[in-house]
Design a protein around this ligand. Structure first.
Ligand SMILES: [Zn+2]
Length: 128
């Protein structure tokens, strides 16, 4: 279901959402773009809604995410235990228990959300 704001953003077709004006300036806050992609992920994968919600919380706080120079390796802060541990997250997977047990974990989803949002707002040009 699309709301007025989505409609203002232009064509919200599957993979061609634009958040930029003709000069490439981003029109909406990064956190709104993250939320947009989280909403799409929840719609596409209803069974993963809990993980997507937690991934959005992680991705929304920039202190939780460090992106390596290769732009594909992410270090994502553990949300449990208060130990301040970090997981290395790449296309190949994540180091956490949830991923080890065969799930697409919240860290993988958080990484995906950040990458998609960066592509959408123009700060990331390269597909990964
Ligand atoms: Zn993980």
């Amino acid at each position: 279901m699309r709301n007025e704001r989505d409609q203002e953003r232009g064509k919200a077709t599957a993979d061609t959402v634009t958040f930029q004006d003709k000069e490439g300036r981003c029109l909406v806050p990064f956190t709104d773009i993250l939320a947009h992609f989280a909403k799409r992920a929840k719609a596409a994968f209803p069974s993963a809604n809990g993980r997507v919600g937690r991934a959005l919380e992680i991705a929304t706080d920039a202190r939780n995410v460090i992106i390596a120079d290769d732009y594909t390796t992410f270090f994502i802060c553990s949300q449990t235990g208060g130990g301040g541990g970090w997981y290395t997250v790449t296309d190949a997977g994540c180091q956490c228990k949830d991923y080890e047990f065969g799930h697409v974990c919240k860290h993988m989803i958080a990484r995906w959300l950040v990458i998609r949002a960066q592509q959408a707002d123009g700060t990331r040009r390269r597909e990964v």
